[in-house]
Design a protein around this ligand. Structure first.
Ligand code: NAP
Length: 289
């Protein structure tokens, strides 16, 4: 399956814990193969207590770079030489690039999301009136990227209201002059009427809870694009409810593919073969069913 591995092969990979179910190795190796690039992507299961030496090993072993996932996205930061501005604002790194021993941290999650939203959701960010469900790590990256892309209005709601409030305050400091607010979940019914983009960032509806939805179906309306970060299942309950209400939907699989595509481009300097990456991921997700 892989191209030839020889003494010129450059190694990339994933630092996480666990990493057993990740689709990143499949997606990146297919992309390297497609372009005939002498790269290999491996999954490294790193215990939290080993994260400092794991980052040091990128230098020692001359890895070209790695993706970083749960639970290491924040923990790697003190061991890097440089952190890009966007990753600093998000407060987490998902991509490390080794530039001749100098380790640079980036975060491609939010940008990957926005790129997929524009390509697949057919949305012009400055026109979108965003209601965001959830205020966890993914919500932070995605809301920042939406604001960086020109979104004027972001309303955040979350089960734990204090977290929505805190995120709205931090975003307002970074983007003064934009309409950024938090609301308690009881106000969703009214707020959603004014919204055109619903971004679902909670873990509600994720496999195996395929029938769960964070909001009642009757709140959804036909002027909405319902974007769910979840990609397993490929279509979530809220998205099925959205289609029934005449709304459009956007799947989280695009975010996964584009965040990987941006990492790929940092490491190889080549444009990522997004269609091949998508094909590999979708084939694997549908084969699992
Ligand atoms: P996280 O930091 O743990 O945040 C989880 C969020 O879900 C919080 O807002 C939490 O609310 C909310 N939540 C969880 N259970 C809930 C419940 N029973 N009722 C109400 N709210 C609940 O996780 P994350 O990293 O942000 O990830 C969130 C989702 O995004 C996951 O499903 C993940 O798979 C998906 N994701 C997708 C991609 C992609 O590439 N497509 C990338 C990253 C994440 P509280 O604050 O009240 O706990």
């Amino acid at each position: 399956m892989m191209g030839e591995i020889d003494s010129c092969t450059r190694l990339t990979g994933l630092f996480g814990h666990p990493v057993g179910h990740s689709l990143s190795p499949l997606m990146h190796n297919r992309a390297f193969q497609e372009l005939g690039l002498p790269y290999l992507y491996a999954a490294f299961d790193i215990e939290p207590s080993n994260i400092a030496s794991a980052v040091e090993s990128i230098r020692a072993l001359g890895l070209r770079g790695v993706n970083v996932t749960i639970p290491h996205k924040v923990a790697v930061m003190p061991f890097l030489d440089e952190i890009d501005e966007e990753a600093r604002q998000i407060g987490a790194v998902n991509t490390i690039v080794n530039e001749n021993g100098r380790l640079i941290g980036y975060n491609t999650d939010g940008r990957g999301y926005v790129q997929s939203l524009i390509e697949e959701g057919n949305i012009n960010p400055p026109d979108a009136r965003v209601l965001m469900l959830g205020a966890g790590g993914a919500a932070r990256g995605v809301s920042l990227a939406l604001l960086r892309a020109g979104v004027e209005r972001v309303v955040i709601t979350n089960r734990t209201y204090a977290k929505a409030e805190q995120l709205a305050v931090e975003l307002t400091q970074l983007f003064p002059g934009r309409d950024i607010r938090s609301i308690p979940v009881e106000q969703i019914a009214c707020e959603i009427k004014e919204s055109t983009l619903l971004v679902q960032t909670t873990s509600i509806g994720m496999h195996p809870d395929n029938e769960a939805s964070p909001i009642p179906a009757e709140y959804l309306h036909s002027r909405l694009l319902v974007s769910d970060l979840i990609y397993n299942p490929l279509q979530t309950r809220i998205q099925r409810d959205a289609l029934a209400a005449g709304a459009r939907i956007h799947s989280g699989v695009g975010m996964f593919i584009y965040q990987g595509a941006l990492s790929f481009e940092y490491w190889t300097g080549r444009k990522a073969p997004v269609h091949i990456m998508r094909e590999a991921v979708l084939a694997s997700l549908t084969a699992d069913k």
